[in-house]
Every structure is written in structure tokens, then in C-alpha cells.
Write a protein that binds this ligand. Structure first.
Ligand code: SAH
Length: 363
């Protein structure tokens, strides 16, 4: 780092504070966001409605840059995955999932992950560092430019923070980047179309309600503490009796009407009729949509995918109990682009117990 500010990662509040330090008026923040995020112009000299003196000041103080693609792959089903190169050999993965009505970008928030959920290959990679806000929003720029070059009319209509990493363990940077995603003078996506998926870091969930109103998906994966302790180890720190009230608090304090629960279907582990019954009673009256995720295997995993008919029967039980339940369509499996298959390149992994495990940075 050379001391210059990464302009791309500053949200409205961040830009205003930065401009105030330069003695500039706050409305310049809107112009800059429009140049950077709407027109995707990174050349200060091309920002013709900014005074020359401001452009000269910025030139010495800021950096505007995108990471490079190390490679990209396209799946038979059209899913596209980029390996995005960062510093010193690290890389994260970004996945674009085209559907008839929408195009969803799955964005990473950390190099690796510290949480070590047993069924997720990102967890097996260990943890290196948090992504900066510029590196997170940069994935939208990067993908939008690549899709534009393709000329097939594909666009990013939705974003899910479901790539590598635990977004709430990188709170400040994820908030700045998601603010830009929903900012009408930046990416302008509706907050219903930007979803943060978390393993459930309880204190950070309460803070999220104060700082952001994007959609919330929670990786539940088990209907009781004994099983969740095993599958999602952070549950030992933030058990269900703390997690569920934090989720209800989010609904009570944001405009959202339901929580999206993710539940990966593991053969013989969490997929029995009894598990379905427990799940129904656990979620009780919390407004919920349940997304069952077929397990995507990876080398070295001890889990197997539940058979399709068992997943459908599980879904049926939840539906009969009144829960809107969907089974996630697995996309991009042939290019290792499906849920839990993103590994990127994690150099110099540190002790995963030290970072991210429930320690969310305050905004
Ligand atoms: N750390 C965040 C976001 C990343 S994972 C979270 O845990 O929510 C996005 C989703 O994919 C999570 O629900 C995760 O549990 C699920 N997932 C991880 N590994 C998987 C695998 N091998 N097969 C299917 N889904 C997986």
C-alpha cells in the first residue's frame, strides 16, 4: 500500500468525509460516484465536470484500479467464474449465474475463510485476509466489463455475498461495498436484490440492522445445537437461542419481510423426517423462506449429497407446514463454481482460529 486512498471503495459517507478533508463540497461525492460506478470511468482527466484543481488534488492522493483476471471459465450451463488476482499470489473467485429473468453475481468478501464449516471447501483453504471495499465492489466492475465485452446482453441484476469468506467478519468493508451496490448514484440495485449470506455472527447481525438494509440469508444447516455445533462450529459461540432473536431483530428493524434460511442437504446427517420436524418447530412463527442446497462435493470431504428424492420429501414436509421452500438449482458444478466449491488461491494462510471467528470489525 502506498498511502493513496482507494477511491473505488468509498461509499457516500466515506467520499464525503474524504472530500471534506480536501476542503471540497459534499456534492462532488455524487459526481464522483456517478463517474466511477455508473459510467465506469477511472481516468480523472475524463471527469470533465470536476474542477481541474480538484482533479489535480485527487491525482496525487487516490488510486483507482481493478484486479486482473487470472483466468475465467464458462460452464456448460452458462455460469461464468473468474479467478480474480490480488496481491502476492492471492486470488478470490467471482461467479456470474445467468437466468432467464436475471443475472446474479456471487461476490467474495475474504481471501479464504476462518470459520471452517466441514462441508465447505473455502473453509478448508484457511484464511489469509479481508478484502478491501474496493476489491469487493471491484468484482462488480470487473464482471460488468467482462460481460459487456462479450456483447451477449448479459447484465448484473442481483448480487449475493455468497462467494468466498464470511461477510460479517469483514463488516466495515462489506458495508461500504454493499452501500455502493444499492446507492442510486452508484450501482443503483434495489436492496431486495442484494443479499448478504452469513453463518450467523450474532453481534454483527445486530450492527447490520443499524448500518444496512440489504436482504439477509442465514446459513442454518441444522435444526438443533448439537448438530449445528458439529456442522457449523461457530454455533458453539453463537448458539441458536442467540442467533434466532438476532434474525428477528433484523426483520423488526429493516423493511424486509423474511429471512432466507440456507440448509445444505447432507446424506444421513441433517436430512431425516425428524430433522424436518425440528426445523419446523425451530423456525416457528419467524417469517421465513427456506432454500435447500444440494451438497456439492469436493476432494477430501467426508460428506455425501442427499439423494434427490429425500431432498424433495424434506422440502414437501416444510411446505406442508407453511414454509415457502425452494431447492437450489446447482449451477456451474463442472467448473467448480457451485456453492462451497470456491477455493481461489489462499497464500500464507494464518491460524484460522485467530481471525474472522466471530470477531467482526466495527464500522
Ligand atoms: N460465509 C457465508 C457465505 C458463503 S457460502 C455463509 O456461510 O453463509 C454460501 C452458501 O453456500 C452457504 O449457505 C454455505 O453454507 C453454502 N455451502 C458451502 N459449502 C457448500 C457445499 N459444499 N455444497 C453446497 N453448499 C455449500
Amino acid at each position: 500500500m502506498d498511502g493513496r486512498v482507494d477511491l473505488l471503495g468509498l461509499d457516500e459517507a466515506g467520499l464525503k468525509a474524504f472530500l471534506a478533508d480536501l476542503g471540497e463540497k459534499p456534492f462532488r461525492s455524487r459526481q464522483l460516484r456517478q463517474w466511477l460506478h455508473q459510467r465506469q470511468v477511472f481516468d480523472l482527466d475524463a471527469m470533465t465536470d470536476l474542477a481541474k484543481s480538484l482533479r489535480a488534488q485527487l491525482a496525487g492522493r487516490v488510486r483507482i484500479g481493478l484486479p486482473e483476471a487470472v483466468f475465467d471459465k464458462e460452464s456448460d450451463d452458462g455460469t461464468r467464474k473468474w479467478l480474480v488476482g490480488l496481491d502476492s499470489g492471492n486470488a478470490v473467485e467471482t461467479v456470474y449465474i445467468p437466468e432467464r429473468e436475471r443475472g446474479t453475481l456471487c461476490v467474495s468478501s475474504q481471501v479464504g475463510c476462518a470459520l471452517d464449516c466441514g462441508f465447505c471447501s473455502t473453509g478448508k483453504q484457511g484464511f489469509n485476509r479481508n478484502l478491501s471495499a474496493a476489491e469487493i465492489i471491484g468484482q462488480l466492475h470487473f464482471a460488468a466489463q467482462a460481460l459487456e465485452r462479450e456483447g451477449r446482453g448479459r447484465r448484473i441484476t442481483n448480487v449475493v455475498m455468497m462467494g468466498m469468506g464470511e461477510p460479517l467478519a469483514n463488516f466495515r468493508n462489506v458495508i461500504a461495498a454493499t452501500n455502493l451496490m444499492v446507492d442510486p448514484y452508484a450501482w443503483g440495485l434495489s436492496r431486495r436484490r442484494v443479499t448478504l449470506s452469513t453463518v450467523g455472527l450474532v453481534p454483527a447481525l445486530y450492527r447490520l440492522a443499524d448500518h444496512s438494509h440489504i436482504s439477509l440469508a442465514v446459513s442454518l444447516h441444522a435444526p438443533n445445537d448439537a448438530l449445528r455445533d458439529e456442522i457449523v462450529p461457530i454455533n458453539r459461540k453463537y448458539p441458536l437461542r442467540e442467533l434466532l432473536p438476532a434474525c428477528e431483530h433484523y426483520l423488526d428493524n429493516t423493511p424486509h419481510r423474511c429471512i432466507y434460511w440456507e440448509y445444505v442437504m447432507l446424506d444421513g446427517v441433517n436430512d431425516s423426517p425428524e430433522h424436518a420436524r425440528q426445523l419446523i418447530s425451530l423456525l416457528g412463527n419467524i417469517p421465513s423462506k427456506i432454500n435447500l442446497i444440494p451438497f456439492n462435493p469436493f476432494p477430501g470431504t467426508r460428506y455425501n449429497a442427499s439423494p434427490r428424492d429425500r431432498i424433495m420429501r424434506f422440502a414437501d414436509r416444510l411446505q406442508k407446514a407453511g414454509f415457502i421452500t425452494t431447492v437450489r438449482r446447482t449451477r456451474g458444478q463442472d467448473i467448480d463454481g457451485a456453492c462451497g466449491q470456491l477455493v481461489g488461491q489462499v497464500i500464507n494462510r494464518r491460524n484460522r482460529g485467530k481471525q474472522g471467528a466471530g470477531r467482526a470489525t466495527a464500522p
